[in-house]
Design a protein around this ligand. Structure first.
Ligand code: ASP
Ligand code: MG
Length: 473
């Protein structure tokens, strides 16, 4: 059994949705397909419900009509069979009427609670899966649409609810597992290889469709897992049902060796470890959120990132590091608009006593600290740019300390267990970083990356050269 999750861009219009269905159709495994809302719809829903709460703003009937029209257009463009157009129109109308009622309630109260926000946002996924189910039917598939709110149970932290794992697992097995004819042993593990499930349940379907992102609390109120939460839904269901693979379909080929907007010859990385994904997203690379795939990795279920629009690409596999793939540099991230803050201490001052103060300052202002190092006479912070730092610099420039602030770009080269990487790759990296003294202001290592603070005017050139030397040889 596999999980296939299609993100917002994979269901954004008729052509994309048809691509997605083609992919679903090609697989001959039992599958649970999770969908996001059509691209842009969640934003629209959240903004219209906010407007509904504001008595100064016009009541958002137009936005609701537009959402209804968007989905109706989608179905009339997709379906050849008039019956499906009519079925989906009726359901779209029902959902949009519910949305209108919700907006009217919010207008009356002049207040939009997180609970109402989640209810509003949920219509995006409810609408996209409604259409998708009919499209599957029209493509001779036999899908069963299951409301994710019946399966994924959370606490009542609306807008970023936490999953109740035990409850959810039980529901996944009892509801989805049953429909798919999966058999589980007492310890809840799916006996995937036994073949018993297939023989016992010939009448069951092999295709479940459900929503990503949405769930419900113990009193059945709609909750959501936070923006971009459908990857998390995929991992939760994959883990609960012991899927053999979780496939995340998106609009890029997978995880790349760098941002193609900065580095022309960025390459697809075929395999990446969980630790590396964590590191890459900490430094701002836009890949799946590691927290969202954690449930899968705990059960050692491989997660594959695939491109809906490029069948030929093999995608990127996220799994535990294997020795064949270790000790290789995987990617470069160039994080622009960072700052290097150096505080130099005179012999009278003890630098260590200041550390806590700095962290409190950054925490209060939500300044992300990428790296910090300290010695007796100097503390260095590599941070994201923030206007308040100038105030800190002024404060720290007194007789005992001297603070200096530099605008830099943060260049990160990632590899699992970096110190085991090849000497010649390190040589190439250092050659580029240190070619001109004024290029590079700081170099440091973490377990999985080499960090450097590079002058912004050189950073793209240096990043491209390092990429050439270690990824394009
Ligand atoms: N539709 C939701 C969002 O836009 C969830 C997702 O796409 O993952 O945040
Ligand atoms: Mg997403």
């Amino acid at each position: 059994m596999i999980i296939m999750k299609f993100g917002g861009t994979s269901v954004k219009d008729a052509k994309s949705m048809q691509e997605a269905v083609n992919i679903v159709k090609k697989s001959n495994q039992k599958r649970v397909v999770l969908l996001s809302a059509c691209s842009g719809i969640t934003d629209k829903l959240l903004s219209l419900i906010k407007d509904a709460a504001n008595p100064e703003a016009v009541f958002p009937s137009k936005a609701i009509d537009e959402i209804e029209l968007h989905h109706n257009n989608l179905s009339s463009e997709l379906f050849k069979n008039k019956i499906f157009v009519n079925y989906s129109a009726a359901l779209i109308k029902r959902y949009c009427n519910e949305l209108r009622k919700l907006a009217e309630g919010v207008r009356l109260l002049k207040e939009c609670s997180p609970r109402s926000r989640d209810r509003a946002a949920s219509f995006g996924e409810l609408l996209s899966t409604t259409i998708f189910q009919f499209l599957c039917l029209e493509n001779s598939l036999k899908p069963i649409l299951i409301d994710a709110r019946k399966v994924i149970k959370t606490n009542s932290d609306f807008c970023s609810a936490k999953v109740l794992v035990k409850q959810t697992r039980k529901n996944a097995i009892n509801i989805i597992g049953k429909e798919l004819g999966l058999s589980f042993n007492k310890r809840n593990s799916y006996e995937g290889n036994s073949g018993i499930a297939e023989i016992e349940n010939k009448t069951q379907t092999d295709l479940i469709i459900t929503q990503g992102f949405i769930a419900s609390d113990l009193s059945n109120k709609t909750t959501t897992l936070g923006r971009g939460g459908s990857d998390w839904s995929a991992a939760i269901l994959g883990s609960a049902l012991n899927a053999s693979e979780i496939q995340i379909y998106t609009d890029v080929d997978g995880v790349l060796s760098s941002d193609p907007k900065i580095i022309k010859n960025s390459k697809l990385i075929d395999k990446v470890s969980y630790e590396e994904i964590k590191e890459l997203s900490f430094f701002g690379a836009k890949v799946v959120h590691p927290a969202a795939i954690f449930p899968a990795l705990v059960k050692n279920i491989p997660v594959r990132i695939m491109n809906t629009f490029n069948e030929k690409s093999p995608g990127t596999l996220i799994c535990y590091e294997d020795s064949a793939n270790a000790t290789k540099f995987k990617s470069i991230v160039l994080k622009k608009d960072c700052q290097l803050l150096n505080i130099n201490f005179s012999s009278k001052a003890n630098s260590q006593l200041y550390l806590q103060k700095f962290y409190k300052f950054f925490l209060r202002r939500e300044v992300k600290v990428y790296f910090q190092s300290s010695s007796v006479s100097r503390i260095t912070f590599l941070i994201e740019k923030n206007a308040d730092i100038n105030f800190l610099v002024e404060q720290m420039s007194c007789n005992k300390t001297l603070a200096e602030l530099l605008n830099v770009d943060l260049l990160v080269v990632c590899a699992n267990a970096i110190l085991d990487c090849k000497k010649e790759d390190f040589q190439a990296i250092f050659e580029e970083l240190l070619q001109k003294n004024e290029n590079c202001h700081f170099i440091a290592f973490t377990d999985n990356s080499l960090l450097s603070a590079v002058a912004p005017i050189y950073s793209e050139t240096v990043a491209n050269k390092i990429h050439q030397k270690i990824f394009e040889k």
